[in-house]
Write a protein that binds this ligand. Structure first.
Ligand SMILES: [Zn+2]
Length: 459
């Protein structure tokens, strides 16, 4: 199958070009001006942009959390991702405590296999650092699971102490992988959260207040300094506050291989959204939403490359029946927000339409940098030889986000009623049209597991 995309503007991270694109099979075959070649199908992209498909490096489909499961399956979650212009996800497999990495990876492979409509890969959550686990980490890197996430939060569930984190870092320094950190001081945060809850402050709002941004800054610095001594690159996930950003910037100014992502919720939502009684539970995630004055600092972090990537931390729970588990006690509200469908468009809207970043920087944040950082050399670029994961993007289209029309399997939207500019019109995954306007043409099982390379930065 050959597809010719005519008259569009190719927007890559490094440049924008008026040119046609020929897709042959699963790859981009040729780029040139006014290509007049035979093709099975021609797409007229006049007035539109031709953009590499989005890569969301932080999702949690079907994650078990707080006695329930994140609502989107790999099937519903990858379909929603595709409608929102994302053609690759990297999800998190979880090591069961007391079990092996292999057990965790096998379980997540099984959940994903045959169900994804777009390509997928995994990071590994290491929740129990032992000698046998350290040697398993080397095997996983060889199998394309090159990144390990550890937590300074969630005592008793995911938290590793500094010694365990440091041992995992030393191992990863040797095997060429990278460490991902959820950086909040969870032990101290739990003290504050318990004090608040026991004094009757039980509304969702107190989830936000209990998790001070200072505790994120502290844990971010600690993770970076442990990594510095271990000699390993470190990537701070879902960075939410200027306190943490300042630590990342300082480390980068020192020349350390420290990286970070933020998420749309920290750019568009704030602690104010967590008021309004139990409605605020819709916005409970960790790190929590911050006072609104953090937002512009995070945008500046994206402008200046102190933050390299925007991911979602997509982890949706229904308001009815799931978030409600925490009625009367914010500590029992499942942590997480839906977002995989909205990332590409929200970053376009706030970034490009909002006048903060160039179209090229937008592509870099949502696609190219994720591909480079996480070892996916055939993704994140419109170029001959690359996978034909392509968005025909309408930068002028204005539309309204709503749970009534979104494709995520969750009963609310954090951005309900928000009018935004920018939307994918057609989405190709490895040469196949999977979204055409509002029509779904993809198929569960067409997505492939991607073995990732060691990040070029780490070799
Ligand atoms: Zn997460």
């Amino acid at each position: 199958m050959r597809t010719l995309i005519k008259n569009g503007t190719i927007v890559n991270a490094d440049a924008s070009t008026r040119a046609d694109v020929l897709v042959d099979g699963e790859r981009i075959a040729l780029i040139g001006e006014e290509l007049n070649l035979e093709a099975d199908r021609t797409i007229d992209a006049a007035g539109k942009w031709v953009v590499p498909g989005g890569i969301d490096v932080h999702t949690h489909m079907e994650l078990p959390f707080g006695g329930t499961f994140a609502k989107d399956t790999f099937e519903t979650g990858t379909r929603a991702a595709a409608f929102g212009g994302t053609t690759t996800i990297i999800d998190f497999a979880v090591q069961p405590r007391g079990g092996s990495l292999r057990q965790g990876l096998d379980a997540w492979m099984e959940k994903a296999e045959g169900n994804c409509s777009i390509d997928y890969a995994f990071h590994m959550i290491v929740s129990d650092v032992r000698d046998d686990v350290l040697s398993e980490m080397d095997q996983l890197v060889d199998e394309g699971v090159t990144t390990f996430k550890l937590f300074t939060a969630y005592p008793g569930v995911f938290l590793s102490d500094d010694g365990a984190i440091f041992r995992a870092m030393q191992q990863t320094a040797k095997n060429g992988g990278m460490i991902l950190m959820h950086a909040e001081n969870g032990v101290a945060i739990d003290v504050v959260a318990n004090q608040n809850a026991l004094s009757g402050k039980t509304d969702p709002y107190w989830h936000g207040v209990s998790r001070s941004p200072v505790m994120e800054g502290e844990a971010t610095n600690r993770a970076i300094r442990l990594a510095e001594v271990a000699g390993v690159p470190v990537y701070i996930v879902h960075l939410s506050s200027r306190h943490a950003l300042n630590e990342v910037r300082r480390a980068r100014d020192e020349g350390l291989p420290a990286y970070a992502e933020t998420c749309p919720q920290y750019l568009f939502l704030s602690l104010d959204d967590m008021g309004n009684g139990f409605e605020g539970s819709k916005f409970v995630c960790s790190p929590p939403l911050r006072p609104a004055d953090h937002q512009e600092d995070l945008w500046q972090g994206l402008v200046k490359d102190d933050l390299q990537i925007v991911s979602t931390d997509h982890c949706p729970f229904d308001f009815h029946g799931q978030k409600e588990l925490g009625r009367g006690d914010f500590r029992k509200i499942p942590n997480g927000l839906p977002g995989v469908e909205n990332r590409v468009d929200l970053v376009f809207h706030g970034g490009v339409a909002g006048g903060r970043i160039s179209p090229n920087r937008w592509v870099e944040l949502v696609s190219t940098a994720p591909a480079r950082m996480f070892g996916l050399p055939r993704k994140g670029v419109i170029a001959p030889g690359a996978d034909a994961d392509i968005l025909i993007y309408d930068p002028k289209r204005t539309w309204t986000i709503s749970a009534r029309t979104h494709h995520m399997d969750v009963d609310y939207s954090c951005y309900e009623g928000r009018e935004i500019t920018g939307r994918s019109e057609v989405v190709l995954s490895r040469g196949k049209i999977i979204v055409d306007g509002d029509e779904w043409l993809g198929k569960a099982g067409d997505g492939r597991f991607l073995r990732r390379q060691r990040s070029p930065r780490n070799e």
